[in-house]
Every structure is written in structure tokens, then in C-alpha cells.
Design a protein. Structure first.
Length: 609
């Protein structure tokens, strides 16, 4: 759940408590909404600087151990057993984080209470609380600025849309596409199911749709590029035209935002890795070793599990590269460099850009392909997707590697494009190729295209075996008017086809805890136990320690002249004597009363610092 959803379910009295904080009140006075304040790095950074030590420690443990997934207080206490954090500090930390609006309480219908950090604030808190691990790249390590990144999912999305524009892709009674069209897509698409296997995706009709086709269909529906019309997949011509009229960077940002809406790593440590990568500046070089070190140093991946985790991570990074979200480079030292193509902030910025920002209207066509004598077209990454879209109409896609696409001109495809009204005639295709080819067209290619253009096309068109099932007069020319389709962040939620979000079984707890309830029986003990660091009789000391155990807080002790902070866990009595068993950081300690001099219960918020 995100911040906006959670805030909308809280009553005004709870909201008013959040607004009492100086940082939040100041932001609201600047015109920022409450939801924006809790998802803006600058504002959360200011809020972070006002937090007490136990709040910071509690929140860091939540971020590392649970991320933005629901948890209960007992699971948090278990996860914190090796932290320098007492149970009392955890309880007070949770209380204050809820009253700050950072953490929310949820309850299931059967009464179980869970706590949650909102999804859209997780990345910010991760970057604020966990060592960044960001390595400033040397000049020689920087990515090539001329490199256009990987094609990834974008080219295959165009192939899917092209197929749906040429054929009547009907739905069966079960809601799946007809098997003949599934086979047709499998033949035409270059992305393969095994490339998405590391993501472990779950969706409707998993037994029927391979993962790559499911993702492409879902992406097309969420972006409003496809819709269902009379049990047939229909292409939204205006939406496609508008998408192709914006920059490649913005297209990638929209596609990635859509991808993140349907994909969340099952393993929390892998989600941490993904969020860490999203926090890098797009286009900046990073290394796999830096990512591994960050995961290990913050104990997100335990030392005993590192070997297995790094193997999974390597396969996952390759899959991310196959989709075009990042690039991988071999480094001179034998390591692997990473360049992310989309960052979290850049994705939001580009996906939410005004409709005329980044458009290519009025720009001169750019050279973007190499035409080979064998009729193959080589398209390097960075080429305009509008031009690639046109190429998919007049040529067959042979293969798409990460940074180069290979197509082949064929007479059938050129005639089909004319038949469908995508081009007026063969001459138009010839002019398009001339304007986009870096070194013009080889003589044999130009001569052949001119011959095809001069021939009568009727007989050739009759030989097209799939004419009967092909849509007639379906023109997806780039001049289609996009006025009524604006790609904003809401466009990601146009519709869902296979990846349906499960309805929430949680209710948001509308009440906030009263800070006075933190230690309700504090007035039943001598105030000096909490306020003063001093010696006590052994019997009094035993009662003091039992009280500390009840509150799950630590005591400050002068042990043989050294001040130590110990969390009491048991009073061990034997042979008329007693000892204190406790936890000091990650170690278990055993002390006898004659070993310490002064003692004090350290209760967060009550004991003097």
C-alpha cells in the first residue's frame, strides 16, 4: 500500500497529529500535500534529522528486515535480537514512528495487528538509513554517452502491437487468445520465456501464456495501447501514435514504471537490490561488487547465504538487462559494471512529463540503420522507436540482441504494408529507407526495390496465405491524431489483463497510540531506579533488574569500573546465590552482584541521557 492510500483511510484527528511536526507543517505551508511530503526525499531527510536514536534504529531494522512488507511486533523483536536495541526501545520506536506518520498499523478481519512501511517511501528510507555503497566512477569507467542503451522489452512490444494490428486476435470462451495467435506471437517475438524465468512471475492463465507474452500483453493493456473490442484484441491507434511521438527515454520510463507495477521480487533481499539500483543516477556506471558489498555490509544477505545469493543475483541482473532496464559491461579487473537505464526519480519524472515534453514533432528524420546487400537492416540501439515501428511493417524482424536489431526486407512484407494501408505504395517505403540509411542503399537493394515497385502487386498479394484472417484497412500511420490520449502516470492504470492485484484484507488502524501508555506502571517503582545511576542493596538490585526484564529494557551498569549497557534476560538462582544473565550487543553475559557497583534502568524517553 502507498502513502496516499493509507492516509485516505485515517480520520482527521490522526492526520492532525502528523501535521503538528514542524517539518511537515512547514512543507504544507509551502503548498506541498501531505502525501507528497511523505514521499519527497528532501522532506523526509529533514524529518530524519529530528528523530531520536531509538526511532532511527527501529526504522533501520524495519527497512532491512521487512522493507515495505507487513510485519508484527514479535517478528521485529526477533529480527532485532543481535542489534544494540532493547525491547523497550523497539516499543517506543514503533509508537513514535506511527505518531510521525512514517509507519502504519493494519488489522485483519480476524483481529491480527500488523505494521507497515508504505511502498513509496521505502526507497527513500533505504537510502537514508543504509550505507549507500555508491562508488564514484572514474572517468575511464563511465559508460559511453553515445550508447543508446538496450532495446529490451520495447522492440518486442512493437512486434506484439504490429501483430495485433495485422490479425484479428480473438479471445476464447476462457478469455485467452486463440492458440493459432499464440503460436504466431511465439514465432514473431524475439524475447523468450526463459529470459524472464529469474523473476518468478505469477499471473492469470500461467499454464497457457509464456511469461514474456504475458508481460507484453499486460504492458500494452496498462498503457492503453490494447483494449478488448467484441472479444478481440484491438489496438488503440491514437495511443500508439502518441507513444511513438515522444522520446525514447520517456518511452523507457513509462515501460519501466509499468513493469514495476506488475513485478515485485519475492525475496526481500532482491527487492533491496532492485531499489538500490533504482537509486543510482541513470547512465552512471556502478559495479556488481559494489552491490554485493552493500547487501553484505548492511546484513541484508547473511554471510552464510552469500554464495547462493550471488549466483541468483547474477542471473537476475542478466534478465534485467534482457528487458532493457540496465546494461552490463565486462571490466578490466574481471568484474562486471552496471549502468542503469532508468532510475526511480527519473522514471517518475519522465512518466509524469507534460504531453508535449520530449516529443519529436517537427524534428528532421535521423539516420538510424545500415542496409546490407543481402537485404538485412541493422538497427543500433538508440534508434527512434517510431522508425522501428515503421520498419516492422515493411520487413521481418530476424533477431533483436540487447543493443542491435536485425530485420530483413521481403517482398511479401512490403506488399502487405501497402495492402494494409500503412504505406501508400512501394515507392514510399523506398523513400523512407533512403532517408534513414547511414550510407544509402546498396545498388542491388535499390534496383530490386524499384523493380518491385514497378510490378503489378495484385498477383503477389493473392499469394499471401494469411490474407483471410488479416484485418483490412488497418492503418497505424504516425500521423494519427493523439490529441485525446495523454500519457500521464494514470495511464499505467488504464487496465489490467493478466496481472490482477489481490484485494487488500487489511483495515488501517485509525487510532494512534498514546505516548503515556508506553510504560503504564512507571509510577509504581521508585523514581531513582530510572533517574539515578547509583549503588543498591543486592535485594533491591534484584527487583530493579526484574523490572528491567519486564519492560525489556537495558540497564546501565558499572562493572568493575567500566560502564556497560546490558539487557537483563534472567535471574539465575542456585545454592542460595544469584546471578544476572543478560545480553550485551551480540554476546550473552553472566554477572554476580559483587561484580557491579552502580546500576540504573535506562528507559528511552524517561532516563536522563
Amino acid at each position: 500500500m502507498n502513502v496516499k492510500e493509507l492516509l485516505e483511510r485515517l480520520p482527521e484527528p490522526a492526520i492532525a497529529i502528523f501535521k503538528q511536526q514542524d517539518v511537515i507543517a512547514g512543507s504544507l505551508n509551502e503548498g506541498v500535500t501531505l502525501g507528497e511530503a511523505y514521499t519527497t526525499r528532501r522532506i523526509l531527510s529533514e524529518l530524519y534529522r529530528t528523530m531520536r536514536e531509538w526511532e532511527i534504529k527501529t526504522l533501520k531494522r524495519i527497512v532491512i528486515s521487512f522493507g515495505s512488507r507487513p510485519f508484527d511486533a514479535s517478528a521485529l523483536e526477533k529480527a532485532s535480537r543481535h542489534d544494540a536495541l532493547s525491547g523497550a526501545e523497539l516499543r517506543l520506536g514503533l509508537l513514535q514512528l506511527r505518531r510521525r506518520g512514517i509507519l502504519f498499523a493494519l488489522s485483519k478481519s480476524w483481529g491480527e495487528t500488523l505494521l507497515l512501511l508504505p511502498e513509496d517511501s521505502f526507497a527513500i528510507w533505504q537510502s537514508l538509513l543504509c550505507d549507500d555503497g555508491f562508488e564514484k566512477p572514474a572517468a575511464s569507467e563511465s559508460a559511453d554517452p553515445e550508447n543508446g542503451g538496450y532495446f529490451g522489452i520495447a522492440w518486442n512490444l512493437l512486434l506484439l502491437l504490429r501483430y495485433c494490428s495485422e490479425f484479428e486476435v480473438t479471445l476464447t470462451g476462457k478469455g485467452t487468445i486463440a492458440k493459432q495467435h499464440l503460436a504466431g506471437l511465439l514465432k514473431r517475438l524475439t524475447l523468450k520465456e526463459e529470459q524472464l524465468r529469474p523473476f518468478g512471475l505469477s499471473y492469470e492463465h500461467e499454464a497457457f501464456y509464456p511469461a514474456h507474452i504475458a508481460v507484453l500483453l499486460e504492458t500494452a493493456f496498462r498503457l492503453g495501447l490494447l483494449y478488448i473490442d467484441n472479444k478481440t484484441l484491438a489496438v488503440n491507434r491514437q495511443a500508439v501514435a502518441h507513444m511513438l511521438d515522444v522520446s525514447n527515454e520517456r518511452i523507457h520510463a513509462m515501460l519501466y514504471r509499468c513493469w514495476r507495477g506488475l513485478y515485485r521480487p519475492e525475496a526481500l533481499w532482491l527487492e533491496h537490490a532492485l531499489v538500490w539500483l533504482e537509486g543510482r543516477e541513470a547512465g552512471a556506471m556502478q559495479t556488481v561488487s559494489a552491490l554485493r558489498s552493500w547487501l553484505a555490509d548492511n546484513r541484508i544477505v547473511p554471510a552464510a547465504e552469500e554464495d547462493a545469493a550471488w549466483e541468483i543475483l547474477d542471473g537476475w541482473l542478466e534478465a534485467m538487462a534482457d528487458l532493457g532496464w540496465l546494461e552490463l559491461f565486462a571490466q578490466p579487473d574481471g568484474g562486471t559494471g552496471i549502468v542503469t537505464q532508468v532510475s526511480g526519480e527519473a522514471t517518475a519524472r519522465n512518466a509524469n512529463a507534460d504531453s508535449d515534453d520530449g516529443t519529436k514533432a517537427g524534428k528532421e528524420p535521423e539516420r538510424m540503420l545500415y542496409v546490407q546487400p543481402d537485404f538485412e537492416l541493422l538497427v543500433p540501439s538508440g534508434a527512434s522507436y517510431a522508425d522501428i515501428w515503421q520498419l516492422t511493417a515493411i520487413s521481418e524482424t530476424v533477431r533483436v540482441d540487447r543493443n542491435i536489431g536485425v530485420l530483413r526486407l521481403t517482398k511479401d512484407r512490403l506488399l502487405q504494408a501497402r495492402h494494409l494501408g500503412i504505406v501508400r505504395d512501394m515507392q514510399e517505403s523506398l523513400l523512407f529507407l533512403r532517408s534513414r540509411a547511414y550510407y544509402g542503399l546498396p545498388d542491388n537493394v535499390e534496383t530490386t526495390l524499384l523493380q518491385w515497385a514497378s510490378q503489378q502487386a495484385d498477383s503477389a498479394e493473392k499469394k499471401l496465405h494469411h490474407t483471410k484472417t488479416m484485418k483490412n484497412n488497418v492503418s497505424l500511420v504516425l500521423s494519427a491524431s493523439p490529441e485525446n490520449f495523454i500519457l500521464e502516470s494514470e495511464a499505467v492504470h488504464c487496465g489490467s489483463f493478466l496481472f490482477h492485484k489481490e484485494p487488500s484484507v487489511f483495515n488501517v488502524d485509525s487510532s494512534l497510540p498514546d505516548p503515556n501508555e508506553f510504560v503504564p506502571d512507571i509510577r509504581r517503582i521508585p523514581a531513582m531506579w530510572v533517574k539515578q545511576y547509583r549503588p543498591y542493596h543486592a535485594s533491591t538490585c534484584k527487583e530493579l533488574l526484574r523490572q528491567a526484564m519486564e519492560w525489556k529494557t537495558y540497564v546501565r551498569m558499572d562493572v568493575e569500573g567500566t560502564e556497560r549497557h546490558i539487557v537483563p534476560t534472567a535471574i539465575v538462582e542456585e545454592s542460595g546465590e544469584w546471578k544476572l544473565r543478560g545480553r550485551e550487543a551480540e554476546h550473552v553475559v553472566m554477572l554476580t552482584p559483587d561484580q557491579w557497583h552502580a546500576v540504573q534502568i535506562m528507559l528511552p524517553g524517561c532516563s536522563p541521557s
